[in-house]
Ligand binder design. Structure first.
Ligand code: MG
Length: 385
């Protein structure tokens, strides 16, 4: 899942185990009316592109070409590269619209086959529209009759759109925001076809979060094999001034003793995931005898277990952790621990529970000799054939 920072180009960001771009390419290739797909990528993105497309073996997907400084310039690079292929029709699509459906694709193609010069999938505007000044003060209400929000793929006879782009280059017109605008500019007509509310462009961080949620919910419905695993771990105190619990550092009169960073909470969660997978335990995957784990940060154990879930085609539905100790007090750190565990696991915080209890001064935890943690992981897997 996602470990990239939020500044990486959005088409290469993770969306439920695949990049946005891979999902977009798969969506386009799902239409049997498409005979060739030519990606246009940024000069710096060759490696990212190769990674994103590595699992796509469809022969219709050809090697990418490098784009230009603007969207319009990049489209022109793509159109130039298609000259040798001499297609009849061309569809131009945003890489950041992974939810395009075969219906949207087929509608723009059939509009052209019915004689349209250019086809634009679009949604009729239903919200009230306001124009404001720069201080967000409303100046006027805009009449929304016959107003549409344009999407992609936009479809054209190849010779017409290439001619329009060449004319724009020749006249230094560089700021068209979409390709149908070039067709309007050369005085040809554009026909609106049926857009899809799901076919939105992923632009803001909130768009990405909504898309993640949508993909995860779709996957969850498909994953009927519900598995539950438990984990339990104990680490003793030794001399020190802070414990690491749930990936965060909590000041304390002692530290926890262990081969790694002794994060008893993450160890219990890791074992719960191995339990749900029926796939050994933390000791079998990370033997204490192996010196490479000495002092290791335990989030890597947890991430490894999550990776094993993803490799089986599964998703984590819920994690529930109980920390058992007299001290330090967990309550003041509970929210930060939930957030940190959610971040490590790439889960919404609402799917991570952290609880704490003492053992009423009984037993080794009661005598403040160490901390115990128990965890429960619910995962969803595809049914195996
Ligand atoms: Mg341990």
């Amino acid at each position: 899942m996602s470990t990239q920072d939020d500044n990486s180009p959005k088409q290469y960001r993770d969306l439920g185990g695949k990049t946005v771009l891979q999902r977009t390419l798969e969506a386009i290739l799902s239409s049997d009316q498409i005979s060739l797909v030519l990606p246009v990528i940024h000069a710096d993105d060759g490696t990212a592109y190769n990674r994103a497309s590595a699992s796509l073996t469809d022969a219709r997907l050809i090697a990418p070409v490098t784009g230009g400084a603007t969207r319009q310039a990049s489209v022109a690079c793509g159109l130039r590269a298609l000259e040798d292929h001499a297609p009849d029709l061309v569809l131009i699509h945003d890489a950041a619209r992974p939810f395009v459906t075969p219906d949207v694709i087929e509608d723009v193609i059939s509009a052209l086959q019915s004689g349209a010069q250019a086809a634009l999938p679009a949604m009729q505007i239903t919200d009230t529209l306001k124009r404001t000044d720069n201080n967000q003060q409303v100046l006027t209400t805009v009449d929304r009759t016959n107003l549409w929000a344009g999407q992609t793929p936009q479809a054209f006879p190849y010779p017409l759109i290439w001619k329009a782009h060449q004319a724009a280059i020749a006249q230094n017109h560089e700021n068209f925001t979409d390709d149908t605008a070039l067709i309007e500019w050369i005085g040809e007509s554009v026909t609106v076809t049926k857009g899809d509310p799901q076919n939105n462009k992923l632009t803001t961080p909130q768009d990405m979060r909504n898309a993640q949620e949508k993909i995860a919910m779709t996957h969850l419905k498909d994953l009927g094999d519900i598995r539950v695993g438990t984990g339990y771990d104990v680490h003793a105190f030794e001399e020190g001034d802070a414990v690491i619990l749930g990936g965060i550092t909590i000041p304390h009169t002692h530290k926890l003793k262990g081969h790694s960073d002794a994060d008893v909470a993450l160890h219990a969660l890791t074992d719960a995931l191995f339990g749900a997978l029926a796939d050994g335990d933390i000791g079998s995957h990370f033997p204490p005898s192996d010196m490479q784990w000495k002092g290791a940060a335990s989030d890597q154990f947890l991430k490894y277990a999550i990776d094993r879930v993803h490799k089986r085609g599964g998703l984590i539905a819920h994690l529930d952790l109980t920390v058992i100790c007299e001290a330090p007090k967990i309550g003041p750190h509970r929210d930060e621990m939930r957030k940190q565990i959610a971040k490590i696991c790439d889960l919404p915080v609402s799917r991570v529970a952290v609880k704490a209890t003492t053992s009423e001064k009984l037993g080794f935890t009661g005598r403040k000799e160490g901390i115990a943690a128990q965890a429960c992981a619910t995962i969803r897997l595809p049914f195996e054939d």
